[in-house]
Design a protein around this ligand. Structure first.
Ligand code: GDP
Ligand code: MG
Length: 571
């Protein structure tokens, strides 16, 4: 059976992953800020065994400037994709069609899903889909990926288009068209094939990556340079700007023919933003929101649940019950001790934190999906900049509070290489979910376990990040100003409950997995060290005072003495 591959391509935040999940029935991460998808994901189309859908990172154009752009365009160039489903965010159609004009040139059969149609309707915009379809020369289906409207139909159309004619592409002005023809002559059959038109335009734009990939000789490249320079001279602009302007002119014409904006002036999102991202109010509002998150999670609901889990569920119910039953079954003493004290006692503590964490994650997921976190990145930019970081580092830092691994992954959305490396190197200083119980335990022993310890640990972590950045910035490798902040702020919306719950679950599950593996192993090792020691020349179960732990603890005691520990047994 021949497989059909359809690639989803579109701007960041236009709903590709939501559409992908709807079409394939999978549960990929959906976030309300640009750059959530950083790697391509594949999945089978529901009800069609022979169709593979690929979710590509969101991009604004097919230039070679960001990692996402390179990933997406290489995928289209190298893989035998059979068709493209181009998602266009209808509520931001002008900007989204820019990519469409480029995708059309790649030569694959294109179908357009005019997504976010629910927002278009709510805004009162009128898009003449039929007219647009005729002018662009491809099928257009109105969809709302969030509500599952039209998605199936869009996929069907994309499948039907496979093997059919390539879409038509826009014409540039006669000077540029002349230059493209001349370049085609120079490059000869090196640009023949599928994406010929696109490759020619890229050569015109002096895309070095493409020139190298095509294997053009020095001589050929020099001839092409001559052609491009002559055209620039004639139009009095640089090649890339010429192409960009022509694309926007073309889109402008499409717009005036097929789109009527329903409202002008400030949208609700704009109004909220005028307060939330206000010069003076932004930081206080952010501080209050973060304080509320931790207050709810740690002080009120969280503590009740955690106390219940630790003291009642584990301490009064599970431990005695297991002990009783194991003793009744006449298990060896050491086995009872291992299971009851070592494993249940050890894992119980971090698991006791899970409900608290779940509440933090739930609130943060809500803030992410409604669009607030994207604003925070913007707000924090002014502040971060002083330490040589970009505001975009905020999202990796935030995610690292859950787990460092996705935190580092999230830094891929930072285009600037130096900014990205800086973030990768420092982001794990933020205590992750699994570190927090350990920190709480130690701080409890050292300073008394007050409720504000957890937030303080985040500030300490954050302080470590800032200090490390200041230090790193002094080195040659990281010198220089962070790249200017350019990020589209998505409109606010009420998050889908499914998304929020899914994110929360993913993060809690990640934590529980660690608790079940690493912490489990550590518990067993600790239990062994605390319960066994050398007794009359051989290893045996002994009292704590004679155990290995006591041995090690007494050795380390001088180091910990200033903190108030006499010896390890004090713990
Ligand atoms: P991607 O960056 O293109 O993968 O976009 P996502 O799938 O991550 O979606 C970005 C945001 O837009 C999420 O908050 C989605 O819930 C939301 N979204 C996606 N499709 C629609 C839609 O058709 N209508 C509305 N109102 N929201 C949508
Ligand atoms: Mg995505």
């Amino acid at each position: 059976m021949k497989q059909i591959k359809i690639a989803l391509i579109g701007n960041p935040n236009c709903g590709k992953t939501t559409m992908f999940n709807d079409l394939t029935g999978s549960n990929q991460y959906v976030g309300n800020w640009p750059g959530v998808t950083v790697e391509k994901k594949e999945g089978g189309l529901k009800g069609h065994d022979d169709v593979i859908i690929t979710d590509l990172p969101g991009i604004y154009s097919l230039s070679p400037y960001t990692l996402e752009e390179v990933v997406s365009r290489n995928y289209l160039l190298q893989n035998d994709v059979d068709g493209v489903l181009n998602l266009v965010d209808g509520s931001n159609i002008e900007r989204n069609l820019y990519l469409t004009t480029q995708v059309m040139e790649m030569g694959y059969p294109v179908t357009i899903a005019l997504n976010m149609i629910d927002i278009v309707r709510k805004n009162g915009d009128k898009i003449d889909t039929a007219k647009l379809a005729v002018e662009l020369g491809c099928e257009i289906v109105e969809t709302s990926a969030l509500q599952g409207e039209g998605t199936g139909e869009a996929a069907e159309k994309a499948i039907k288009a496979v093997g059919g004619a390539a879409p038509k592409y826009m014409r540039f002005c006669s000077e540029v068209e002349g230059a493209l023809t001349a370049i085609a002559r120079e490059a000869g059959n090196k640009v023949h094939g599928m994406s010929e038109r696109w490759l020619l335009v890229k050569l015109f734009e002096r895309d070095k990556k493409i020139a190298d990939a095509l294997g053009l000789s020095e001589g050929e490249q020099a001839k092409i340079e001559e052609i491009v320079a002559a055209c620039e001279e004639a139009l009095d602009d640089d090649a890339e700007s010429i192409i960009t302007n022509e694309r926007y002119n073309y889109i402008g014409e499409l717009m005036s023919n097929a789109v009527v904006k329903g409202h002008t002036g400030l949208t609700i999102s704009d109004k909220i933003d005028s307060i939330v991202t206000n010069r003076f109010l932004a930081l206080p509002i952010f501080a209050i929101i973060m304080f509320l998150v931790y207050y709810i999670a740690v002080e009120t609901i969280g503590t009740v649940v955690t106390d219940f889990t630790n003291d009642t569920l584990f301490g009064e119910w599970i431990q005695p019950w297991v002990q009783e039953h194991m003793e009744a079954a006449e298990c060896e003493d050491w086995l009872v001790s291992l299971v009851v004290d070592g494993i249940i006692g050890g894992i119980g503590a971090p698991i006791g934190f899970a409900p608290q964490m779940a509440i933090v994650f739930l609130l943060l997921s809500f803030l992410e999906d409604c669009g607030y976190m994207a604003r925070v990145a913007f707000i924090m930019d002014r502040f971060f900049r002083q330490f040589g970081m970009s505001g975009k580092s905020f999202i990796p830092l935030l995610i690292s509070a859950g787990c460092g691994v996705p935190g580092i992954m999230a830094s891929r959305t930072i285009e600037n290489e130096t900014d990205r490396r800086l973030t990768i190197m420092t982001t794990t200083f933020i205590p992750c979910g699994a570190k927090l119980p350990v920190i709480a335990l130690l701080s409890g022993a050292i300073m008394g376990g007050d409720w504000y310890m957890a937030p303080i640990m985040y500030f300490v972590g954050f302080f470590a990040v800032i200090t490390a950045c200041i230090i790193l910035k002094k080195t040659e490798l990281f010198a220089g100003d962070p790249a200017p902040f350019v990020m589209e702020l998505p409109p606010y919306h009420l998050p889908a409950a499914k998304n929020v719950l899914l994110h929360t679950w993913e993060r809690v599950a990640g934590f529980l997995k660690k608790a079940g593996t690493i912490i489990f192993l550590c518990c067993v090792v600790m239990w062994f060290l605390a319960s066994f020691g050398i007794d009359e020349g051989s290893v045996a179960m002994v009292d704590t005072e004679k155990s290995f732990v006591a041995y090690i603890g007494n050795g380390l005691a001088p180091i910990f003495a200033p903190l108030g520990f006499d010896s390890w047994q004090a713990v």
